[in-house]
Design a protein around this ligand. Structure first.
Ligand code: GAR
Length: 202
């Protein structure tokens, strides 16, 4: 199955998807970044994957930016949009175009800690357990039916950085796994609100 991957930064999740692409039946049509300095662009280029940079400053609205995104994605006939550390909020224009076809990974056990700085927020809240979630994207930030979560234990010595490293290791396992469910057409979003795997509600 063809997919487009959207990134904004380091791209370690992108790398784990590239490394697993054959095994999970994924063809990466292109990688698109809203940040021209994203290291993930270099990772894509090293794997001979087409890259695009869309610079937000060149657009006078979020909708105009997203329409450009849509026009690039539609060139390639991708059936899946993967948000791998994509740090821009998508507009309803974008989401309605690809409803049920957008997967996001978020570094917390949603619905806890949407938004930014999730690791520090978990430490500050004296959480004992933290983790990562993969979910279908709906029109609210870091919201949408949860597909898969993996947890890590927060130790007294953990900092936001050590916690981030632990959570990323889990992300690199669960994201390719969920994408594989999708490419096998086992994972679906039904009635716009319910994620199912093999017809069973997740
Ligand atoms: C990951 O931890 C991902 O879960 C998070 O950004 C990081 C990107 O790392 N995404 C979000 O916070 C989305 N709300 P990476 O660029 O090394 O894959």
């Amino acid at each position: 199955m063809k997919a487009v991957i959207l990134i904004s930064g380091n791209g370690s999740n992108l790398q784990s998807i590239i490394d697993n692409a054959d095994r999970i039946d994924l063809q990466i049509s292109c990688v698109i970044s809203n940040n021209k300095n994203a290291f993930g662009l270099k990772r894509a280029e090293s794997s001979k994957i087409q890259t695009y940079i869309i610079e937000p400053e060149l657009f006078n609205s979020k909708e105009a930016f997203d329409r450009e995104l849509i026009s690039i994605i539609n060139q390639d006939g991708a059936e899946l949009i993967v948000l791998a550390g994509y740090m821009r909020v998508l507009t309803p224009v974008f989401i309605s175009n690809y409803f049920g076809k957008i997967l996001n990974i978020h570094p917390s056990l949603l619905p806890k800690f949407p938004g930014l700085n999730t690791h520090q927020k978990a430490i500050d809240a004296s959480e004992k357990i933290h983790g990562a979630s993969v979910h279908f994207v709906t029109d609210k930030l870091d919201d949408g039916p949860i597909i898969c979560q993996e947890s890590v234990t927060i130790e007294a010595i953990d900092t936001a950085k050590t916690l981030s490293d632990k959570v990323l290791k889990k992300e690199h396992i669960i994201f390719p796994k969920v994408i594989h469910w999708y490419t096998q057409r086992r994972l679906k979003l039904i009635n716009n609100i319910t994620a199912t795997l093999d017809g069973k509600i997740l």
